[in-house]
Design a binder for this molecule. Structure first.
Ligand code: ME8
Length: 519
């Protein structure tokens, strides 16, 4: 389709120094839900994720594991791909920064910056945190009792002195500020935008963009003694995946600039300051949005390997169900804020909202249809005011959900759906179709039809969040695979009275405590 709208979204590429955990799964999940939503809404979507495999931190981790860096990154990167499959992520491409396509793109990017006159040779002396792969000014650091210097992220810094190429970041401050001004939705949420703006207003220093004291990275073109700073290398992945430096490639033309770079708040500065400055200097178009989400803690504590409280998404999904945790992560915390994981809130959401609100609604209605309508979609009669009222809410959902999804307000998107779930439950209680069975069977058929149509809408809109379980729900409603897009929400896709339905089965079990012992 020539005029099909397009949408390109990316996750951060994760460092391969460590096993993937819930934080990585969270960012990619948010992108997965959005990618699925856009596809169902008719977009040609490109959804990119991957692994960041160069730099001192990865080199050190490989060394500690007694492995050659390539062998090490091959193994850890595979863990990230396995997690993505396990989580049912629908990425279209998985990029690794050690791939030849990416090394070529990085070197092309370097040359453009150099030709633009934005790179010069100097020497760096200052503080560097390997954990963050970031340079810090003395004024940003705090000192511990034993004299160590600590970056705001909590990472320890070390003194570095070496020849280095610099990027003239200082020359881009005003242009960045003008860009933020002209594009008020470039950085979301708004509080993060303010943070970035005041950082840039404070004045930018030139950025050291090459290192000479280790080898694990992309060589600087024309000067093999230097390797490119890992963040310049890593950020370039977003454009590599579109075929850059071939600006004539179909993917580049279709998808660059990206619609959304989704990141955690820890790496906002790299995405909202450095990356746009590199792109401006290289005379390339800038992405449309950087969204920085919040940070998860575990039962109130920072998640860290040293505290031994890292949450393994696989374990969690084995306990509660994959779609249950997908739902929980996007429902529990207003997207953008920090959030706390606790088993009790997980169980509350799972039992209260999935098993009770949604699961019971669908199970009640479908079993009444199975029992009282011969297992066929009932034939509605004339609609009452109550029927019209519920259907109006049902039909109004898509616009609301779309509005929130376009601003990455996943929690509001889900709430817009849940308003209708609750309204439908209220309608069941009020209409009491089980009583109508004897008193007014024709009215019962109408009520069950209105409910089945409402459930069809709810399910179609919930597919991005819980693709597997909701797929089963749509199977039970007899909705064909090709009638599950948002275009099919309209009358053309409505349930056909008389169509036979399969035997209903509950898809959202309650969590009972013994399950944890078994699972
Ligand atoms: O920073 N809560 O990679 P990284 C929420 N390679 N999100 C979390 C989280 C938590 N507790 N922990 C991690 C890097 N994340 C670079 C990125 S991009 C060009 C290069 C998520 O492996 C969150 O998205 O340290 C965060 O930004 C990212 O993982 C950091 O991943």
């Amino acid at each position: 389709m020539a005029d099909q709208p397009t949408y390109y979204l990316t996750t951060p590429i994760y460092y391969v120094n460590d096993a993937p955990h819930i934080g990585h799964a969270y960012t990619t999940l948010a992108c997965d839900v959005l990618a699925r939503f856009k596809r169902l809404d008719g977009y040609n979507v490109k959804f990119l994720t991957g692994t960041d495999e160069h730099g001192q931190k990865v080199e050190k981790s490989a060394e500690a594991a007694g492995k050659d860096p390539q062998e090490f990154t091959d193994a850890v990167s595979q863990n990230f791909r396995d997690l993505a499959d396990f989580m049912n992520f629908s990425h279209d491409d998985f990029i690794r920064t050690t791939e030849p396509r990416h090394i070529a793109a990085c070197q092309a990017m370097w040359k453009r910056l150099e030709e633009a006159g934005d790179i010069y040779l100097g020497s760096y002396s200052g503080w560097y945190a390997v954990r963050d792969e970031a340079f810090y000014g003395e004024d940003e650091l705090t000192k511990t009792a034993d004299g160590k210097r600590i970056a705001p992220s909590g990472a320890e810094v070390e003194w570095v002195e070496e020849p280095s190429y610099f990027f003239k970041l200082s020359a881009w401050g005003d242009k960045l500020l003008a860009f933020y001004d002209a594009h008020p939705d470039f950085i979301l949420p708004e509080s993060r935008r303010n943070e970035v703006t005041s950082f840039v207003k404070g004045g930018l220093n030139d950025l050291s963009v090459s290192r000479t004291t280790f080898k694990w990275g992309v060589p600087v073109p024309g000067d093999d003694a230097h390797i490119m700073y890992v963040w310049l290398d890593a950020l370039t992945n977003y454009i590599t995946a579109t075929g850059f430096p071939d600006e004539q490639s179909a993917d580049y033309k279709t998808f660059w600039p990206a619609d959304l770079h989704m990141v955690g708040k820890d790496i906002l500065r790299f995405h909202a300051v450095y990356w746009p400055a590199f792109l401006m200097a290289a005379d390339l178009p800038l992405p449309k949005r950087i969204f920085a989400h919040g940070w998860w803690t575990n039962e109130g504590q920072k998640i860290s390997k040293s505290l031994g409280n890292v949450i393994d998404p696989i374990e969690l999904a084995n306990t509660y169900g994959l779609d249950q945790i997908r739902y929980f992560m996007l429902r529990e915390v207003p997207f953008g804020n920090d959030g706390d994981f606790s088993h009790s809130s997980m169980i509350n959401r799972m039992n209260g909202e999935l098993a009770n609100d949604l699961g019971n609604l669908s199970q009640r209605v479908l079993s009444m249809i199975a029992k009282n309508c011969d297992g066929k979609v009932p034939e509605p009669g004339e609609l009452s005011d109550d029927d019209h009222a519920l259907l109006a809410q049902t039909h109004g959902m898509l616009d609301k959900v779309r509005h929130h999804m376009d601003r990455q307000e996943f929690h509001h998107a889900i709430e817009s759906i849940w308003i209708v779930v609750r309204a439908a439950n209220g309608y069941v209680d009020h209409q009491a179709p089980w009583k109508l069975r004897k008193e007014d069977p024709a009215r019962m058929l109408t009520v069950l039809y209105v409910l089945a149509e409402t459930i069809r809408h709810l399910a179609i809109l919930l597919q991005p969040v819980m693709p597997q379980t909701i797929g089963q729900m749509l199977d039970q409603l007899g909705v064909p695979e090709d009638a599950r897009t948002f275009a099919a929400l309209g009358e053309g896709g409505a349930l056909k009275p008389g169509a036979a339905l399969p035997k209903p089965e509950g898809v959202f079990p309650r969590f009972v405590e013994e399950d944890s012992a078994n699972g």
